[in-house]
Ligand binder design. Structure first.
Ligand code: HEM
Length: 541
């Protein structure tokens, strides 16, 4: 470990954008302007050409869920003004915490995103046809971000002696009382230069998503032990374990995660009534409206500060608060873990290993010393300040995640929120679209109105505003919930190997309520609840 300032960034997030895709011009269609008379005609024509029916190229590509809707156009200056207004001016305000969503779900949400969607196109790339963009993840809850291509192509992820993942070891480091916490098996496996050896590089972009990835690696390893104890054959062990892991993960994502952010019971309802908007012939594709807008909802859930464990927490005794910038620093993609290279950290220090009781509802008894519980921030149009200046990007608007999302929506040719709502209303008459007055609420809404986005609203902003005014910031509103739930269910239904392929299957691994499996059950099964406290499982669940 060296004296490198903990806030200086080296690697950055920029590594996720390396390649511009080939552009293929196609038939023109009318585009819709949000505001501003001076969007270049050529750009309008290029974006307009992009809107056309899709879903024909299949798994490896992004495609359109609403191919008949016109793209929304907007000038960068207007998007930047809206992005700047989407800043949480008081990130410590407890009234903007989501009382129903523990903060662990933020990073589980990010982990899930990294399982299904990866667009490597630079923000500056000229794209004639977004439906020709490749998705570098399979659009299914198959955990390719964890398993890679499996034991064959991604052998380096696995142990030689048994079909388990390699897990890294942390380095000894002090707690707040200067008592040494020994090395623990709680880091990602890393190369000599600190780069995490994992199936998706983005899962070492911040420490909480990295520890979530580690929990899934350990989940697989525990399932292997579980199957060995049940007498499984070594020849089929890996396939059996990975299937059991995937099926429990899929069940958990639909019932624990998707239902929490949309509505309780929506999975059963859609299974009965059928999907109306996310359609594909045989294999699912990744919808641009989902990856480029709706599912970026998670960016508003991120907090500026957390209670990470008993060492990094908001109030003394502690070493420091667990700020988002420190959580970036203790990663290799955005921060300072760089192995044997000069400066930085060789591996994760032990005092940064997560205490899951602070991140998921384990019913930790009131009065537990030095303990605080983290809630996610509300689903609303406000992003925490640290996300307005991402590490690893040159200072300016491209480092502002809100601007990136809004601009990404425009270059992907996404329709306005109003057009999506109107289309959905044709099939769901009870759905009430947001009014311009509702969109204009709050300081961010005032800027939206000023720029003409109250009547023609970028889809990402619409979905967050809808969650704020219709879902009290606790859940998505009707358009967002329908879009997100249909896509997640479709991804599982379209996977011929998913748990839905076996009629009537319910989770089989040990859980608090047999036949169900929630994220808390998964962590309890892993048995690594707070390693620095020597806590493996809790009785309070
Ligand atoms: C600290 C937490 C997070 C950071 C720093 C972060 C950062 C980023 C960045 C830099 C991008 C690329 C933006 C662009 O160039 O278009 C991105 C994309 C994305 N993010 Fe996040 N994100 C975080 C959490 C989340 C969460 C919690 C979710 C969902 C629950 C999420 C969903 C997405 C999606 C769907 C994309 C598009 C992915 C693709 O298709 O490539 N992110 N994020």
């Amino acid at each position: 470990m060296s004296n490198t300032p903990p806030y200086a960034s080296r690697h950055g997030l920029i590594g996720r954008h390396v390649k511009a895709e080939e552009a293929v011009p196609i038939e023109a269609k009318t585009a819709k302007r949000a505001a501003g008379p001076d969007v270049p005609t050529a750009e309008i024509a290029a974006l307009a050409r992009a809107a056309r029916p899709g879903g024909i190229k299949g798994q490896g590509f992004f495609d359109r869920m609403f191919p008949d809707l016109s793209p929304l156009l907007a000038q960068d200056a207007d998007l930047e003004a809206l992005a700047n207004a989407m800043k949480d001016s008081n990130p410590a305000d407890p009234t903007l915490d989501n009382p129903t969503l523990p903060a662990g779900f933020t990073y589980l949400g990010q982990f899930i995103d990294h399982d299904i969607s990866l667009d490597l196109t630079p923000l500056s790339a000229k794209i004639d046809d977004p439906t020709m963009l490749r998705n570098f993840r399979t659009p299914g809850l198959d955990l390719d971000c964890l398993y890679g291509g499996g034991l064959g192509p991604h052998r380096f992820l696995y142990r030689q002696d048994e079909p388990k993942f390699l897990v890294g070891t942390t380095s000894a480091s002090p707690d707040a009382q200067n008592v040494e916490i020994p090395p623990l098996p709680n880091d990602l496996e890393r190369t000599r230069h600190g780069v995490a050896m994992i199936g998706d590089h983005r899962n070492d972009e911040n420490l909480v998503v990295a520890q979530t990835h580690l929990a899934f690696l350990k989940f697989h390893n525990k399932v292997v032990d579980h199957l060995v104890a049940q007498g499984s054959s070594p020849l089929t062990l890996f396939d059996e374990a990975s299937k059991l892991v995937r099926w429990h993960y899929q069940w958990m994502v639909l019932h624990d995660f998707v239902e929490r952010i949309t509505e309780t019971g929506i999975v059963a309802k859609l299974l009965t009534e059928g999907r109306k908007f996310y359609r594909f012939k045989t294999v699912p594709f990744m919808p641009l409206e989902f990856a480029g807008a709706a599912y970026r909802l998670g960016h508003s859930m991120v907090r500026e500060q957390y209670s990470h464990n008993r060492v990094f927490r908001p109030v003394p005794p502690r070493l420091a608060p667990a700020s988002l910038s420190l959580l970036f620093q203790f990663s290799s993609l955005s921060g300072q873990i760089n192995g044997e290279l000069p400066g930085g950290f060789d591996v994760l220090p032990s005092n940064w290993v997560i205490d899951w009781r602070r991140w998921y509802e384990f019913n930790t008894p009131p009065g537990t010393p030095n303990f605080e519980f983290n809630r996610s921030r509300k689903l609303d149009p406000l992003l925490t300040p640290a996300l307005h200046s991402l590490p690893g990007f040159p200072p300016g608007r491209e480092a502002n995640l809100a601007f990136r999302n809004l601009r990404r929506g425009v270059i992907l040719g996404l329709p306005s929120g109003q057009d999506v709502a109107a289309l959905m209303k044709q099939q769901i008459p009870s759905l009430t679209p947001l009014t311009p007055t509702e969109i204009a609420t709050g300081p961010d809404g005032a800027v939206a109105q000023q720029k003409g986005f109250d009547t023609v609203t970028p889809l990402w902003y619409y979905i967050l505003k809808e969650a704020q005014v219709r879902g009290n910031g606790e859940r998505l509103g009707p358009v967002g919930a329908r879009l997100v739930a249909e896509v997640f269910l479709g991804l599982v239904q379209g996977d011929k190997d998913s748990f839905l392929s076996q009629a009537g299957w319910t989770p089989t691994l040990p859980s608090k309520t047999p036949g169900t499996f929630f994220m808390t059950d998964l962590l309890q099964f892993v048995g690594d609840i707070s390693p620095i406290d020597g806590i493996t499982t809790v009785s309070s669940l």
